[in-house]
Design a protein around this ligand. Structure first.
Ligand SMILES: Nc1ncnc2c1ncn2[C@@H]1O[C@H](COP(=O)(O)OP(=O)(O)O)[C@@H](O)[C@H]1O
Ligand SMILES: [Mg+2]
Length: 239
């Protein structure tokens, strides 16, 4: 079953950022998105969560057109995003942060919020720091908390935007293992990552973007070997 679909989305800020961008994600898939800085990757995820309104095109979640729905509504439907720069409530504890996400991320029965919050801390190896103030955490733990907050809303689709950025190689490895574990437990994942080798360990399919358009979509090693993708990386990064 297709859980998420972006159809022909275009968005112009000062110049065009997304141009006729389409992609879909099947239930249980782990899809990676790569592309040089400025390709429109973050904007694409913002269109999915509802932080950016597309000029043209539509966003579908489980066959429902959600293009006009506000972001909090989409979160309650089951779309959660962990951002590149974690922005927890620094003055609250780790537990209070995830409890807030559990409470606002869903509607209805509140009796399991604490359990959901604890579970998200167990999954992300943060339980021992439950009572630490978020502002005192290391970068890796802030990334874990960002992930925990997204999980606490009990999403169907988890969107990750360059969560490995700024970490050491060893820390990236820890994070990759964590995301891989979350995926193996059944989570549908869309992961944007500049650290391509990290992405290749989890993604079953890769989408490459350049200048707001999709230039390749398929088997990760095939996509990375695609001449158009190689040219984009060679051209921009001089590797
Ligand atoms: N809110 C905004 N206002 C104006 N320009 C924006 C905004 N968001 C993104 N952009 C521009 O859109 C382009 C693509 O950005 P982005 O989606 O962040 O790319 P990526 O995540 O692939 O690096 C960039 O040129 C960026 O400056
Ligand atoms: Mg980005």
């Amino acid at each position: 079953m297709t859980v998420l679909e972006v159809r022909d989305v275009s968005k112009t800020f000062v110049g065009p950022v997304l141009e006729g961008m389409s992609f879909s994600v099947e239930n249980g898939e782990a899809v990676g998105i790569v592309g040089p800085n400025g390709a429109g990757k973050t904007t694409l995820l913002n269109v999915v969560v509802g932080d950016v309104t597309p000029d043209v095109g539509s966003v579908w979640f489980k066959q429902q057109n959600i293009t006009a729905l506000p972001s909090n509504h989409r979160c309650r439907l089951g779309i959660a995003k962990a951002s590149q720069i974690p922005r927890p409530f620094d003055g609250l504890t780790v537990f209070e942060n995830v409890l807030t996400a559990a409470t606002f991320g869903r509607v209805g029965d509140r009796s399991h919020d604490e359990d959901v919050a604890v579970e998200s801390l167990v999954t992300t190896d943060l339980l021992a720091k439950a009572n630490s103030v978020a502002g005192s955490l290391t970068l890796l733990d802030r990334k874990r908390l960002e992930l925990a907050r997204a999980l606490a809303s009990q999403p169907t689709v988890l969107l990750l935007d360059e969560i490995a950025g700024g970490l050491t190689e060893a820390e990236v490895h820890v994070l990759v293992e964590k995301v891989s574990q979350i995926h193996r437990a059944g989570m549908t994942i869309v992961w944007i990552e500049h650290v391509v080798h990290a992405l290749m360990k989890v993604a079953e399919r890769l989408i490459a973007m350049s200048f707001g358009q999709k230039i390749a979509d398929g088997n990760p090693s095939h996509v990375m070997a695609d001449p158009a993708v190689r040219e984009v990386y060679l051209g921009v990064e001089g590797e």
